[in-house]
Design a protein around this ligand. Structure first.
Ligand SMILES: Nc1nc2c(ncn2[C@@H]2O[C@H](COP(=O)(O)OP(=O)(O)OP(=O)(O)O)[C@@H](O)[C@H]2O)c(=O)[nH]1
Ligand SMILES: [Mg+2]
Length: 379
């Protein structure tokens, strides 16, 4: 059987479990995951190599394949420049793809609570009204996300996620509901967290891929350089450790990234060291105070837990230096938001390296010319 290759974008509302699914399919943590919505801000590509599974009794087999999975930010109505950038990332991921996984969090549509007795009536009515309001909001957000996939001309698989948190009897009405709204290529219930239903999902994905050549070398996991994965790990800790507006008003920029010259252990048996300095950018002095914490306690917590994860990722020891900067209303600044994009930062790093190289060449050239001049004078 020939190799099947293609791009599959994972889209859905914030918090649906898109990044959890990407990590589960890859068997490695590539995207950060938190319980807060709008965790992912850029599209993240993960390269999945699947070996051939031969036909057997009751198993049609599976072709050898390379699937490029693309995790995206949650679909939401944009308010700030940052939101617009996030939605642009979703649109970009939908441009170049062979199939799409539309991920739905099944726990969003649990039936309304039932009133239990006279004594609790007032309380129940209140709760129910709030529930109804939430559900109306939720429906508007579902519709908004669905509109995006309705426009696509590629197969869309409906992936009902978090079935571990739903009574089995609630699944069928949900499937009926969603399939009445759109003609999906397949409907697959899964639990990304518990890794249930993933093999079936992969079988369906591979079947939809065209035959072709690999897009990435066999052993490449992602197109995202380590320094940006590091920035994301720091942002994950901020999302987990701070509340209210702070996580949303925060960005992380790597200011210095020095890899060890060799990955060999040092003479004292210790692992080599990667030196990293990162700026945590927030919008207000109040947020800065929260991020630093009492006598630097919060910054220390963020640093310690991020460092552990980064050491695991890089396989070296890590010296991590964090500082907090205020950049007022950065989320409203198009230029700043664009500068945060790692693809753009990579370009800037490459341009700087090119400038440094030409400067060095010019300097060398001038030094050689001066040396030749000296030589001429001496002759
Ligand atoms: N119970 C349960 N929880 C899940 C499952 N998949 C994801 N979650 C949880 O849902 C929350 C959101 O997961 P993410 O993977 O960050 O969701 P996302 O869709 O990437 O979210 P954004 O990046 O904000 O759009 C986390 O708390 C996950 O642990 C699942 O299968 N079952
Ligand atoms: Mg995510």
């Amino acid at each position: 059987m020939a190799l099947r290759t293609g791009f599959i974008s994972i889209v859905g509302r914030p918090n649906a479990g898109k990044s959890t699914l990407l990590n589960a399919l890859l068997g490695q943590k590539l995207a950060i995951v938190t319980h807060k919505p709008q965790t992912t801000r850029t599209r993240i590509q993960g390269v999945l190599e699947l070996p051939l599974r031969k036909k057997a009794k009751g198993d049609p087999g599976r072709a050898m394949s390379q699937i490029v999975l693309v995790d995206t930010p949650g679909v939401h109505k944009p308010e700030t420049q940052l939101d617009k950038r996030m939605m642009q990332e979703v649109h970009d991921a939908l441009e170049s793809r062979d199939a799409v996984l539309f991920l739905v969090d099944v726990t969003h549509r649990l039936p309304a609570e039932q009133a239990t007795g006279d004594g609790e009536q007032v309380q129940e009515v209140k709760v129910r009204t709030l529930g109804q309001h939430k559900r109306a909001l939720s429906k508007a957000e579902d519709d908004f996300a669905l509109q995006l996939v309705k426009r696509l001309d590629c197969p869309v698989i409906l992936v009902l996620n978090k079935i571990d948190a739903l009574p089995k009897s609630a699944l069928l009405p949900l499937i009926a509901h969603w399939t009445s709204l759109h003609e999906f290529a397949e409907v697959i219930p899964i639990s990304a967290k518990k890794k249930e239903g993933l093999e079936l999902l992969l079988d369906k994905c591979v079947a939809l891929m065209p035959e072709g050549q690999r897009y990435f070398p066999k052993d490449q996991l992602t197109d995202q350089p380590e320094r940006f994965l590091v920035a994301e790990l720091i942002r994950e800790k901020i999302l987990m450790l701070t509340g209210e507006e702070v996580p949303y008003a925060t960005a992380v920029q790597i200011e210095r990234y020095e890899e060890p010259a060799s990955m060999k252990k040092l003479r004292d048996g210790k692992l080599p060291v990667t030196k990293i300095a990162a700026a945590i950018v927030c919008e207000r002095e109040g947020q800065k105070a929260i991020l630093i914490g009492n006598q630097g306690s919060m910054l220390k917590k963020i640093g310690t837990s991020a460092r552990k994860d980064i050491e695991g990722l890089l396989g070296t020891r890590v010296f991590l230096e964090l500082f907090v900067k205020v950049q007022e209303e950065w989320r409203a600044s198009r230029g700043f938001v664009e500068d945060l994009d790692w693809r753009r930062q990579l370009e800037q790093i490459a341009e700087k390296q090119q400038r440094d190289r030409s400067l060095a060449e010019q300097r060398n050239g001038a030094a050689e010319a001066a040396a030749e001049g000296d030589g001429d004078a001496a002759e």
